[in-house]
Design a protein around this ligand. Structure first.
Ligand code: KIV
Ligand code: NA
Length: 264
């Protein structure tokens, strides 16, 4: 009854086994996902939106991510916990990346980190891996670069496909244990998956990747507007709205609490 390791994920690819990843940010929900058997939990910088209420991932900091990561690590037993390096915490140099990643590992208890970018950040990947930190790459739509990309749009179409494949190969060469492909055409994701020995994790990348990831609030129906690539597996938004309304009505009516909820 040990945690999933990056080695388990490498073996899964050799065996042709697909696996799911979900984001996680707090104790109770990460425990639910761990007990449901989700093998990899990502403390994503999507926390900027779904936890902190910003409208992009840019404002969130390593200081913000550490307590969320620690909550997820403390509340899970089986899942591999991966935490995102935040905008501005790793692009400057390999030394800066090592300092930021160390905080997520030591103070947050993560077992791996994720960072955005391809060939440009290979030196960071090499330094982290040689320091003993497993690194997950993330290419395609990289939300920390939304201002350069000009919006949240599909990446790697046409000519840009070759660049994306080169980025993926360079991440593998630099020692990454897996790579997220976000919002890329399904046939390109299939090609990258076939050419890499490390697992690919798709989000808006079709069915041919080795793994899939979704933001849990998106797949559970809490997020008001979701992208085309999201499937909602539950309607927690409607359930919570109904619960809050019933509670409010009963408080106003004086029908809650009842005697069985009260102390004599
Ligand atoms: O921050 C996040 O949630 C992510 C996933 C969508 C891959 O990076
Ligand atoms: Na992220």
């Amino acid at each position: 009854n040990r945690r999933v390791t990056v080695r388990d994920l490498a073996l899964a690819k050799q065996r042709g086994e697909r696996w799911p990843m979900l984001t996680a940010y707090d104790a109770l929900t990460s425990r639910v996902f761990d007990e449901a058997g989700i093998p990899v939990l990502l403390v994503g910088d999507s926390a900027a939106m779904v936890v902190f209420g910003y409208d992009s991932t840019l404002p969130v900091t390593i200081d913000d991510m550490v307590p969320l990561t620690a909550a997820v690590s403390r509340s899970t037993k089986r899942a591999l916990v991966v935490a995102d390096l935040t905008f501005g915490s790793y692009q400057g140099s390999a030394e800066q990346a090592l300092a930021a990643a160390s905080r997520l590992m030591k103070d947050g208890g993560a077992q791996a980190v994720k960072l955005e970018g391809g060939r440009r950040i290979a030196p960071q990947v090499e330094t982290l891996v040689s320091a003993g930190i497993p690194v997950m790459g993330h290419i395609g739509l990289t939300p920390q670069s939304v201002n350069v990309l000009g919006g949240y749009r599909v990446q790697g179409r046409g000519e840009a496909g070759a660049d994306l494949l080169a980025d993926a190969k360079e991440l593998e060469r630099a020692g990454a244990f897996a790579v997220v492909l976000e919002c890329v055409p399904a046939d390109l994701a299939a090609e990258v998956t076939a050419q890499l020995t490390i697992p690919t994790i798709g989000i808006g990348a079709g069915v041919h990747t080795d793994a899939q990831v979704l933001v849990w609030q998106d797949m559970a129906g809490l997020t008001p507007h979701v992208a085309k690539f999201v499937k909602t597996y539950a309607d927690l938004g409607a359930s919570l709205t109904a619960a809050a309304r019933s509670y409010a009505e009963e408080v106003v009516a004086g029908t809650f609490p009842e005697e069985r909820h009260s102390y004599s």
